[in-house]
Design a protein around this ligand. Sequence first.
Ligand SMILES: O=C([O-])CC(=O)C(=O)O
Ligand SMILES: [Mg+2]
Length: 237
Amino acid sequence: MSLLNKKGIAIRHIPRAEHGMIEKLATAGVATIHEAQNREGLLHHGIRPIQQGLTRAGNAVTVLVTPGDNWMFHVAVELCQAGDILVVAPTSPCGDGFFGDLLATSLQARGVVGLVGDIGIRDSQTLRDMGFAVWSRHVHAQGTVKESLGSVNIPIICGGQLVNPGDVVVADDDGVVVVRHAEVGTVLTRAESRMANETAKRERLHNGELGLDIYAMRPRLAEKGLRYFDSADEAES
Ligand SMILES: O=C([O-])CC(=O)C(=O)O
Ligand SMILES: [Mg+2]
């Protein structure tokens, strides 16, 4: 039976990808990984970085929270290991400030690399100052309580994407992408070949070659009906 969105569960052991693979996925970045997995796995663009210039990748420890209640973060902290990234979703939309610098300090002490949440967070300036990277849908000071159970390390839907505990989540200035645990190796191979291909293209573009020629676009543009004129007068006549 699927544990998706089931409350009252905390799972201790999850699969984790090898650190070296995670580092390489971080180097590839969100856009390349998204392309390498056939444009799948992106979280909704409403999940935004609160900082600029930081890339984070880690094994997802998932947290399901009840709206307005951040109790489960404390359960999650204990189950985190170095190299994990916390991925949080509420059972229904809520922009309250579930997470701030105190919880971030606790996660940082365990080596957690960042947080991705379809939630609100607060203490945003302090989080930036301490270098704890966060991607969230909202920033809001509204406090939360500790009364209701959610779950830790069950499959959740975050930013419209299914995230399983142990999937690798990569986040940078462009957004957030999830890579299935079982697909890490394949996606990495494809991402690396894509990066090599882009390096070659970048060199040619840098040298002034036109995309129109490199990608042999002229016949197709003509086929679609693009016409060139020497002036607006000629086009209007
Ligand atoms: O403690 C809370 O409820 C959330 C917060 O502001 C913090 O972690 O600093
Ligand atoms: Mg706080």
